[in-house]
Design a protein around this ligand. Structure first.
Ligand code: CA2
Length: 151
């Protein structure tokens, strides 16, 4: 039987992780994070699709793809978290089909007020903010628990 698939989607500017502003977003690069996610996912027998884009439409298309391909989706929509009705609408289509986890490196609720709104939040069953790159591993563990999968 094929392994359950999890999508891990990262939004704009997160390709710069580890290169700029490490005091806010940490020292791990996006390649380090992908490697860590692959290792964590493997321990639960998940296959992962790990993708980053600076373009809102790419994220919308990948969320749509998850509908037919994935059991779970972890998303750090970065700045689009606070602005994108398109991402809100796409995530809504996953309701009852694909379990969603919201991850942020920093804790947006402790930052500027324009970061206090999240268009992802209503669709996610779990939220990890302020744990840096570990938030993705926490998201994988939360999905495993939700889907009844043990290490
Ligand atoms: O804390 C997070 O993970 C955020 O999603 C990051 C977004 C921000 O707009 C959200 O409010 C919270 C910004 C991503 C910027 O990524 C950078 C990475 C390295 C260097 C500079 C920016």
């Amino acid at each position: 039987m094929s392994q359950p698939v999890i999508f891990i989607l990262l939004g704009p500017n997160l390709n710069m992780l580890g290169i700029r502003e490490p005091h806010i977003y940490g020292y791990e690069t996006i390649q380090d994070i992908e490697k860590m996610c692959r290792k964590e996912a493997e321990s639960y027998g998940f296959d992962i699709e790990f993708k980053q884009s600076n373009h809102e439409g790419d994220l919308v298309t990948w969320i749509q793809d998850a509908l037919n391909k994935a059991r779970g989706l972890i998303i750090n929509a970065a700045a689009y978290t606070h602005t994108s009705v398109a991402i809100y609408d796409a995530l809504k289509m996953l309701e009852g089909k694909v379990s969603v986890v919201e991850v942020h490196h920093s804790n947006p609720k402790e930052r500027e007020s324009f970061r206090h709104v999240s268009y992802v939040e209503p669709h996610a069953f779990a939220h990890f903010a302020g744990h840096g790159a570990r938030g993705y591993a926490m998201g994988i563990a939360a999905l495993a628990e939700r889907l009844g999968i043990e290490k």
